[in-house]
Design a protein around this ligand. Structure first.
Ligand code: DX5
Ligand code: ZN
Length: 230
């Protein structure tokens, strides 16, 4: 297995393209294109048809991506019973595993278990789940993922009220933990999410839904540069 990567230092802005909107018939070149454009994190959306109404990819796909790419594999488990499946994803080469707070009975124990697998740890919450549900667990994680759409599908509209939970979460975790937003991120919403406290931005349709992926990544980064913190 390739050596594990660690998250870039918190505070630096990172775009994490979600392969959910990529061409799965050409996944290797899709990933190479965004890495060639300077991206260091790839967001992998794992869906099980139970926790969310869609099915996507399993450890076998992660294993292939690990062989092709040296990128940081940001693995978002939208599955019931992540306790059962975390290990195969870690063995396949995930660098960070994010679980949904709604799916785990003892999140503190689960974070310890994930660390024992040698991965970094993220926790996430659905738009309807209040930020306070993370007050004990968020400071123990490397990244908190704030869902800004209901998980299950790409290309949905950004939910501003959900994104505003970043403010509360930033107070919980301080500056040492990354806050990632996921869903409906484009040049306008990336700026809002950054202003609420996020520093890591999943972008599916805004990157892989565009013909020119390097230009799409640049326009997201330019939006952050051109519109200073509000
Ligand atoms: C939604 C997934 C997202 C999705 C984002 O359930 O967790 O990562 O790919 O897609 P966009 O950026 O198209 O909203
Ligand atoms: Zn995701």
């Amino acid at each position: 297995m390739a050596a594990r990567h660690t998250l870039p230092k918190s505070g630096t802005y990172q775009i994490a393209p979600s392969i959910l909107s990529a061409d799965f018939g050409n996944l290797q070149s899709e990933i190479a294109q965004v890495v060639g454009a300077g991206v260091t994190m790839i967001h992998l959306d794992v869906m099980d048809g139970h926790f969310v109404p869609n099915i996507t990819l399993g450890p076998v796909v992660v294993k292939w991506i690990r062989q092709w790419s040296d990128a940081f594999l940001d693995t978002h488990l939208m599955i019931t019973n992540p306790e059962k499946y975390a290990e195969p994803f870690a063995k396949a080469g995930a660098d960070l595993i994010t679980f949904h707070i709604e799916t785990v009975k003892d999140p503190i124990e689960f974070v310890k278990y994930l660390r024992g697998l040698g991965v970094q740890v993220g926790v996430t919450l659905n738009p309807a789940t209040p930020a306070v549900s993370l007050d004990k667990i968020a400071p123990l994680c490397d990244m908190v993922l704030v869902m800004t759409v209901n998980p299950g599908f790409g290309a949905q509209a950004f939910m501003d009220a959900a994104a505003q939970k970043c403010r509360h979460i930033r107070q919980m975790v301080g500056s040492g933990v990354r806050i990632e937003v996921d869903g409906g991120i484009y040049a306008d919403t990336i700026v809002k999410a950054r202003d609420y406290g996020a520093d890591t931005f999943v972008a599916g349709n805004a990157v892989f839904g565009q013909a020119d992926r390097p230009a799409a990544i640049k326009s997201l980064m330019d939006a952050l540069k051109e519109r200073p913190h509000g």
